[in-house]
Design a protein around this ligand. Sequence first.
Ligand code: GLP
Length: 240
Amino acid sequence: MKIILCKSYEEISVRAAEIVADVMKADPACVLGLATGSTPVGLYQKLIEMNQSGEIDFSEVTTVNLDEYYPIAPDNDQSYRYFMNVNLFDHVNIDKSKTYVPDGTAVDPVEACATYEALVAQVGPADIQVLGIGQNGHIGFNEPDAALEVATHVTDLTESTIKANARFFSSEADVPTKALTMGIGTILSAKKIIILANGAAKAEAVKKMLSGKLDTSCPASMLNLHGDVTVICDEAAMGR
Ligand code: GLP
């Protein structure tokens, strides 16, 4: 894995935006794999600025998001669809019909996952996948477990993830307990991967990811199987 050590969150956002912008300039009809959470918000802000200044163009871009809570409506302000609209899509010249997020309203979530997996294969593979990392080492919503799923699937969120994500909801009880997420194989199908981490809370997960072992208790360690991964992080996240 290549590591870019940054002095600040601002620098993480700038360096990540430069990499995503390079992919977009090389192929204006590229497929971007996108992530939610607080970490990539600064990256999306930079991409918005680059789009508004005319440096990058989203008109032919397709996006596939990693995951979505289940069940949740797209207009719920905690849904990942809503997050993507507010933090990126509403501010750039993207055709929203080409932005895909797993369907948090599906009657049959298992079928919705199979449909999403097929969709990612059909429009993809992603030219670049953006990732954050959970405090417990999760990527997308692939939680630590004895075995990890390859394809898009329904998952139960761990206690620690529910607690970590409760800050976005009015109470912990409001956090959905399930999610639909790309699997490790879906994520690894991307041609290029960048994973962003800032702050000391991520240090333990980053350490395990970089330990050189494939450890299912740190799903991010599976990224070691990919040939083109760049970790963009600050000194606090690299602290361990
Ligand atoms: C969520 C998302 C992940 C994200 C993680 C970290 O659980 N499903 O994709 O990486 O949170 O979030 P944050 O960036 O807010 O720390």
